[in-house]
Write a protein that binds this ligand. Structure first.
Ligand SMILES: [Zn+2]
Length: 60
């Protein structure tokens, strides 16, 4: 079973927010095995911290 995570971002600069869903593998591929993920805002390019929480909705 693959763990899935929900990554929530909210930009302090322009106020936009978003949620993306990634599997554990995808997170490791993109960000490495790190507890804190930093993402770049699509709107203003500011680097912001993302909240990562486990997604309980599992679709096999
Ligand atoms: Zn922004």
């Amino acid at each position: 079973m693959t763990k899935k995570y929900r990554i929530k971002t909210s930009c302090p600069q322009c106020g936009c927010s978003g949620v993306s869903h990634l599997s554990e593998q995808e997170i490791i591929q993109r960000y490495g095995d790190v507890p804190n993920i930093e993402l770049e805002c699509h709107e203003c390019m500011m680097i912001m911290d993302a909240d990562v929480e486990e997604d309980m909705d599992v679709d096999e």
